[in-house]
Design a protein around this ligand. Sequence first.
Ligand code: ZN
Length: 263
Amino acid sequence: MKVPVQEDSSIQNENTPDAPGRHRRRASTGRRATYLVLGAVALVALGLGGVSVATADRGTPAPAAVDFDARARAEDAARADRSVRESIAPVTPSATPVSPSPSPTAASPTPTRTATAKPKPQPKKTVKPKPSWVIPMKGATITSCYGPRWGTLHAGIDFAMPAGTPIHAAAAGTVVKAGDAGDGYGNSVFIDHHNGYLTHYAHQSRLIVSVGDKVSAGQVIGYEGATGDATGPHLHFEVHQGQMWNQIDPAPFLRARGINVAC
Ligand SMILES: [Zn+2]
């Protein structure tokens, strides 16, 4: 019984890479047998202990297996976590030099939002553009056209509607005159359309624009009235070419811009 154990232990001792044991063997080869015996005894003791432990473990194999599994899983998880961290790590430094801002995490989502917000204004482009010229008082009865009247020149077109009807700018432009100048036109508005033409809206009961206002085509500028030299509520509408008080016939002018008036 002792002999196979010694042989086994001696083989194990030879294989054991124990540095101090080798040094001692070189120093005194005479005591080698003694050391071998002592080593064998120690190894046998260790082996027995190991066997006893193994036997004890074998008696309850389930918990040991569970412990091993748990440890392996923990190690796997740690490795996976590390690999995730390592995979994220190269992304962060590559993003950092691209954006020199101190907060790259805050800067990176911003372009994405801007990119998603950019397509939104595009539908605005598809919105139908407003007509450049509109009739200043829709559905009105024309009571006087441009031309000689009562021995003088009637220099505009009269649109009649009930008093207080809104008056619309015939086209976009800038209000260059607004108020009652005491010249017979009553409360009147001049709009410069910045294309060599001005329009004039007279006899209004109330004005809601002032000099310098930018107006769009169809925007309400005031309300129909009978201020100034007027026999009843109506809009006296004029077109001035090149400069103020150079009135032209508004009918062909409007017709050329898609607005048909019965004159
Ligand atoms: Zn008139």
